[in-house]
Design a protein around this ligand. Sequence first.
Ligand SMILES: [Zn+2]
Ligand SMILES: [Zn+2]
Ligand SMILES: [Zn+2]
Length: 368
Amino acid sequence: MPLHTCAGCGALLPYEGLCRKCREEKQRREILAWTPEEVAHRQRALLEELPALERMDDQAERDFWALLSCWDGITPDIQRAALAQGVRSPVELFYHAPEDVRDGLIDALLQTESPGEANCLMCCVAMQGDDKALETLLELERNPRPWQESLYVPPSVYAQCGGWTFDSAGVRRMLHFETCYPLVQGEPGVDSPVRVAQPREERCPHCGSRLVDLLVVDGREPRLHFLGVDGIIKATCCPVCTMYSEPVFSRFTLEGESTMLPFEPDWVDEMVKEEMEEDYPKFTANGLALGEKRVPLFYGGNEKNIDLLGGFADWVQDWNYTPCPDCGKPMKFLAQIQWGALLGGGEGTIYVELCPECRITSMQYQQS
Ligand SMILES: [Zn+2]
Ligand SMILES: [Zn+2]
Ligand SMILES: [Zn+2]
């Protein structure tokens, strides 16, 4: 039985101190308070730590993710040193790396005969992500090497790791937005162009729970012009069935209408359903709102349990872009919401994706 409350948010805890989310927030605030000198110092330190990073040493990983997620602070020097020392992971090291680093990665990829090494190098090349990276992966897609037989997915799916892909003609499709905002706890009712889990009257045809507008985004707000949607994006779902189903889809109009598309739930947990019935008012009164300032694209990286709009998803499992039910193309990552946290201390993340052309959103739940 929980005997304590979190000193940050008041959630019930089985121990004294801060809950995981509050503890991480405190660490993040400390990292964001670094001075430019401190950032430079950490960058120099990371250069020394690269071999440890490859070995997945805890401290080196913390230092890397602090620099990348809070400061966008992985410099070309670090990328060059990583290439020279044969350090290939985390593959995010190579996001938008300079051309000489890209060429080094591509050379290594084209020379290797090892499926394991190729697997990692394709992710690195995808993270670098420029036109030559695309050409290289396209060429491998058209003329597979022997090692590709051992891999589960083709190079165009490896490209998705870097937030993009290409079709058979080599046309690029971006799967992420190059702007990222955090969703932060505001006061319920305060005006925000982004809202989470807003109440609806209709009930789910499968389990009878009240539906929610999981995400409501007003693309007309200047901070959100990067979405390229001149109207309202609304993603509607059953908050219970979404946890037990493959992605649930909804279709929206720019005027703010939205309809959940038919689906077959795998099953429904009666207990979760009853809890939701009880928690619905609190759940839909959450104060999550759009943060004022942009943050780096990997702000949510490495299990930071952050709610965010745009940028890169922090997939609980491997990256997993949903095919649009209308056009069949992979959808674009729009937002991630710590579902468990909204429901009072549970686990799990909901990823919201968008097909801007078809005006469809998808919502998928993942749990570690
Ligand atoms: Zn807390
Ligand atoms: Zn339902
Ligand atoms: Zn589509």
